[in-house]
Design a protein around this ligand. Structure first.
Ligand code: TXA
Ligand code: MG
Length: 332
């Protein structure tokens, strides 16, 4: 059940002030939060997730005015983006002040700031009255949680409290935009499109969507394999369904999950009658993003032996979804 009572927020603030971990709903995915001004508290995040200390966290604040306090400079582009798109699924990387502990930023001189668009997250941030470091509330390298139940299954008693705000509206992580250099760069595609950003501040660069793990210096979350479900996941383009049929021939009797657009006609080998878990996925990018991680968590719960996922069209509106699907899957 969704919890939105002020008692829960009061309890969560008390835990955060004691240096404990509170997972909370945002509009993108659930975050695993700790006081971003406490080294000991932030270290707990890394321990609970098994997260490499080289991967910095996003720091959440309640408003643009608060964000400015933690940045040494606030370029005009930040002001424009924040005014238009905050609260919302956009994270801005800027030069930080010392109050944000180095553990939260993996020792960098920059901090990734975001104002989440969720009433419970905002109530928590206002009541805490400080910055909350929060990566996604999953074990490192696994699929991000979009419900409180996903968080509990992933982290169990490694988290001191879960603020349940219901299923996440956006469903994939925020767009990460680096504004600390000469030219703005999208480090991770996400809830806010490149087009929307360029309408506001002009041309931006885009870091290659997928980089090898050892080259993932600028934004470690961009590593090639990330967000993986337990079962091996394979991807295919709409015209390549034969690849899936071939796989079932090579693996008789093995149950797989198949993510395909709702209404797609399937060859008989791939039917539910053969025991497979057919996950009918939405046909618009926003609906698909909302469902994607829940579908992958579902496949994990069902203990399928493989996941085959049809990639949506290679079009700008689908870029964030294709990015997450590509990084969740093994190379074809
Ligand atoms: O939607 C979201 O962004 C969610 C919710 C909870 O807000 N959070 C999230 O956090 O996805 P996480 O830790 O899973 O991803 C943070 C991303 C990583 O790709 C990380 O490398 C990048 O942000 N990042 C954080 N600080 C950075 C910095 N100072 N410079 C460059 N990249 C940074
Ligand atoms: Mg994450």
């Amino acid at each position: 059940m969704a919890s939105d009572s002020s008692d829960d927020v009061t309890q969560a603030v008390k835990l955060l002030r004691d240096g404990r971990l509170v997972a909370f709903a945002t509009e993108t995915v659930y975050g695993l939060g700790a006081d971003a001004t406490s080294s000991a508290a932030v270290r707990r995040i890394y321990a609970a997730k098994g997260r490499p200390p080289t991967n910095p966290c996003i720091v959440h604040v309640s408003s643009e005015a608060v964000a400015r306090r933690y940045a040494t400079k606030w370029p005009a582009a930040c002001a424009k983006l924040a005014e238009a798109l905050w609260p919302g699924p956009l994270t801005l990387v800027v030069e930080k002040i010392a109050a944000i502990v180095p553990e939260a930023t993996a020792g960098r001189g920059t901090v990734a700031l975001r104002v989440p668009n969720h009433p419970l997250a905002l109530a928590l941030l206002r009541a805490f009255d400080g910055p909350i470091a929060a990566p996604s509330a999953n074990r490192s390298g696994r699929v991000s949680p979009t419900t409180a139940e996903h968080v509990r299954r992933e982290l169990g008693d490694r988290v001191d409290m879960v603020l349940d705000g219901g299923p996440c509206e956006v469903g994939i992580e925020s767009t990460v935009l680096d504004l600390s250099g000469e030219q703005p760069v999208i480090l991770r595609p996400g809830g806010v499109s490149r087009q929307r950003i360029e309408e506001l501040i002009g041309p931006v660069d885009v870091r290659d969507a997928v980089v090898a793990a050892d080259e993932a210096a600028a934004s470690p979350g961009m590593a090639a394999v990330h967000y993986s479900p337990t079962a091996p996941m394979f991807r295919f383009e709409a015209g390549e369904i034969q690849k899936v049929v071939d796989w079932t021939r090579r693996h008789p009797g093995q149950r797989m999950a198949l993510l395909v657009p709702v209404g797609r006609t399937l060859p008989p080998e791939l039917s539910e009658g053969e025991g497979h878990l057919i996950l009918a996925m939405p046909t618009t990018p926003t609906d698909y993003a909302r469902m994607l991680y829940a579908a992958l968590h579902n496949a994990d719960v069902e203990e399928v032996l493989a996941i085959w996922a049809q990639l949506p069209p290679d079009e700008p509106a689908w870029t964030p979804v294709r990015d997450r699907m590509t990084r969740a899957s093994n190379l074809p």
